[in-house]
Write a protein that binds this ligand. Structure first.
Ligand code: MN
Length: 250
């Protein structure tokens, strides 16, 4: 959505903005937003279209899981976030990143809902971006940073997989970076996001059961191993560069 379109869109009544119809319009207008790493994500939020087909990550991640995960789970976070902000016009101009970075200033009665659902929107937007590839290994500045901060690609792969396997309950295992490009590993519970600490996710994996249960049931380790085969290292390298440049949206 262009800024002009967004302004026009936002000039509609709050009630219209909150309706499912306007959510559908936002969905259509945001087509392609997921391929723009610097796209400013603002209210009313919408689920970005997948930059590849539902089948693109087969056989590591089946199309049915992609469909339910993207079309239902991600949409639920977005819908809940929009509903929470509906009567808070003072928060509606804040980009998603700022909502999370300034979560302590969000009114207490909606703070947890915003934290969970803005985090869910940010985490899933990242998640779709980093997949759709053919695995392999990173190159360029990201490869050099991985070597510097973890020792080797094999080491970060092993460590991230171990962190992901040990997340108790629902959460994420992420490689995050600060603005200087320093990488670190982190496990996040629920839909918590590094953005609340002023850090960026470079890439990472969703270990909620909804991400893998249809195909893998309780075999989380098999899902974790298969996930590395669909990463798009070109894209992940672009996220790393954008994070350092301060232009990464989420
Ligand atoms: Mn998920």
């Amino acid at each position: 959505m262009t800024d002009l379109n967004r302004r026009k869109f936002l000039s509609g009544s709050a009630a219209a903005v909150a309706s499912s119809q306007s959510l559908g319009q936002a969905f259509a207008q945001d087509a392609g937003a997921s391929s723009d790493l610097s796209a400013r994500l603002t209210y009313p939020f919408s689920v970005p279209v997948l930059p590849y087909s539902y089948e693109a990550n087969e056989p590591s991640i089946d199309a049915q899981t992609m469909r339910v995960h993207h079309d239902k789970h991600h949409l639920a976070y977005v819908s809940n976030l929009n509903a929470a902000l509906k009567d808070h016009s003072e928060l509606q101009s804040a980009p998603l990143q700022d909502l999370l970075a300034k979560i302590q200033t969000v009114p207490e009665n909606i703070r947890m809902v915003v934290r969970n659902n803005a985090g869910g929107h940010a985490n899933h937007t990242m998640f779709w971006q980093v997949m759709g590839g053919k695995g392999g290994e990173p190159g360029g500045a990201l490869a050099a940073a991985i070597q510097r901060d973890f020792g080797s690609f094999e080491k970060v792969k092993e460590d991230l997989t171990r962190v992901a396997a040990s997340v108790f309950g629902s959460g994420w295992a992420l490689v995050q970076t600060d603005r200087a490009g320093k990488l670190s590993l982190v496990a996040k519970a629920n839909q918590d996001s590094p953005l609340t600490e002023g850090l960026y996710t470079v890439f990472g994996n969703d270990v909620w059961e909804h991400a893998y249960y249809l195909k893998y049931q309780n075999r989380r380790a098999d899902y974790l191993a298969a996930w590395w085969k669909v990463l798009d290292w070109q894209r992940i390298g672009e996220r790393y560069a954008a994070a350092k440049a301060g232009t990464l949206s989420v």
